[in-house]
Design a protein around this ligand. Structure first.
Ligand code: SAM
Length: 389
């Protein structure tokens, strides 16, 4: 059977980053597309009436298409938006959030959504995971749709010091790489770079960074946000408006929100499953002289299960990509906080959880996007909710 090809026009960008097109009554998902492209595509995979396709030839380029500058683009699984102008990336991300809120959260009227641009849209990443293939002597990111490692010499989205570290890792004798080393977590701070696991000359150093006047310590074993340039604005939008007696900071990491919350509320309870991150959060509070916050090392589900929480005015939750567990949403609803800020790096799981919160008596006050991940379809979203009286 020959390779199946089609000519289609890309209508818009969908959650997940693919372009949407239609042909012969079928829905076609086109990878690395721009809205308005007229393209000839090859069908790579079929799933019922859905066709997954890649571009063979651009017949008429979209007005928002641009030449991807990275030599690994298309092969490397890291960036899937380099074909779009930066303005078009921001517009596509606002559309992705809107789409999820409409289809998954079932919102009839989706409020206006603006995605704030990253001041740097190249060389912005201060954290990365590098995949290692010791046999092939390759270091980089997984190739698109595979577990093969794309050997990346220069990654155009890494901050300069992280890029330099990648080069030093690459220049290390391969005999020095531990046999079972499959990936390296790297993170940067104002005082250097931390790698986990440590090997050869590389250490899991303690780093620091000041954000919106707060001083944070962390290392490569704890979560820290990828793009430092928008963190001040993100924090301001998520919690700047909130005040009261007691606040919960769920999935609190090393305390990015916990410290500023401790200045705005009488009492803060932070919950974080990663022991290293929770230890850093406690230390960051101590270094700031903040004694009104308590950080608990537990999964949020276990924490809700194990204790009765007193009255809470405000809940900030910032879960990983999978979103909040059902028991966590139930735990929050049982507390009836006046307001909730949901910080999310995945609009689809955000929308799933918002549906439950709205069903539990909350209304969306406002939504904002922050482009923490330029050149990719990923976007950080903050939704502010209030209890309907
Ligand atoms: C997206 S990060 C947010 C961290 C922090 N709010 C920040 O902005 O730096 C999610 C955090 O949740 C933690 N985590 C993941 N699953 C968890 C769970 N079930 N319960 C508690 N924390 C969890 C991770 O270790 C990580 O620190």
């Amino acid at each position: 059977m020959g390779v199946e090809e089609l000519e289609v026009e890309v209508e818009r960008i969908l959650p997940g980053g693919m372009g949407l097109a239609h042909a012969g009554g079928k829905t076609v998902f086109v990878s690395l597309a721009a809205p308005g492209d007229r393209v000839r595509v090859r069908i790579d995979r079929k799933q019922g009436e859905l066709l997954f396709a890649s571009i063979v030839e651009i017949l008429t380029p979209s007005p928002v298409r641009t030449e991807p500058p990275c030599p690994y683009f298309g092969r490397c699984g890291g960036c899937d938006f380099q074909q779009l102008t930066y303005e078009a990336q921001l517009e596509a991300k606002a559309g992705i959030i809107r789409d999820c809120l409409h289809r998954i959260a079932r919102l009839e009227d989706v409020p206006e959504i603006v995605v704030t641009a990253s001041p740097n849209n190249w060389r912005y990443r201060m954290r990365a995971t590098w995949q290692i293939d010791r046999e092939l002597r390759a270091i980089g990111y997984y190739e698109r749709g595979s577990r093969r490692v794309c050997d990346v010499v220069d990654c155009a989205v890494l901050q300069p010091e992280l890029q330099e570290t990648l080069e030093r890792v690459r220049a290390t004798e391969w005999q020095q790489f531990p046999r079972d080393l499959k990936h390296l977590d790297a993170v940067e701070g104002e005082n250097g770079v931390s790698l986990s696991p440590p090997f050869a000359e590389f250490r899991t150093n303690e780093l620091s960074l000041t954000v919106r006047g707060e001083f944070y310590q962390y290392n490569a074993d704890a979560f820290f946000q990828i793009n430092p340039s928008l963190l001040g604005a993100l924090i301001e939008y998520a919690i700047g408006y909130a005040s009261g007696a007691t606040v919960l900071d769920l999935y609190c990491g090393v305390g990015l929100f916990t410290l500023p919350l401790a200045r705005q509320f009488q009492k803060v309870i932070g919950v974080e499953a990663n022991g290293t991150a929770a230890r850093f959060a406690r230390r960051n509070l101590q270094l700031a002289g903040l004694t009104n916050a308590n950080v608990i090392t537990a999964t949020v589900t276990d924490w809700f299960r194990s204790r009765a929480v007193g009255p809470v005015d405000f809940v900030l939750l910032d879960p990983p990509r999978a979103g909040a567990e059902s028991a966590v949403i139930k735990g929050i609803l049982d507390l009836h906080p006046r307001a909730i800020s949901y910080v999310s790096c995945d609009p689809a799981t955000l929308a799933r959880d918002l549906r439950k919160l709205i069903g539990g008596g909350y209304v969306i006050e406002s939504i904002a996007g922050f482009d923490l991940f330029p050149q990719t379809h990923h976007v950080e979203t903050v939704v502010r909710l209030a209890r309907s009286e």
